[in-house]
Design a binder for this molecule. Structure first.
Ligand code: ZN
Ligand code: ZN
Ligand code: ZN
Length: 88
């Protein structure tokens, strides 16, 4: 029941392309990251919560774009920050 209980998909998921091949902000500063996440509202690519800079979460805090998708090869899951749920 917890799955798909996100009401933000229709308004906040656009057909976006990844903005960069790596975390945009880590690339600027020469930092490294662990995993990549892509914002499904604007295409911003940022690093995950296991990375030291947590740019994907910082992007959400700044923009309130709620939904990210894993940008790792072979992973398709999406996550809503506002609901704290994975979306199919
Ligand atoms: Zn949601
Ligand atoms: Zn980063
Ligand atoms: Zn965004």
């Amino acid at each position: 029941m917890a799955k798909n209980s996100c009401g933000h998909v229709n308004d906040h998921v656009k057909s976006v392309k990844p903005s960069a091949k790596g975390c945009e902000d880590c690339l600027k500063t020469g930092d490294s990251w662990v995993h990549l996440r892509m914002c499904l509202e604007c295409g911003y690519v940022g690093c995950c919560d296991s990375s030291k800079n947590r740019h994907a979460r910082a992007h959400f805090n700044q923009t309130q774009h709620p939904i990210i998708q894993s940008a790792e090869r072979g992973e398709k899951w999406r996550w809503c920050y506002l609901d704290g749920v994975y979306i199919d």
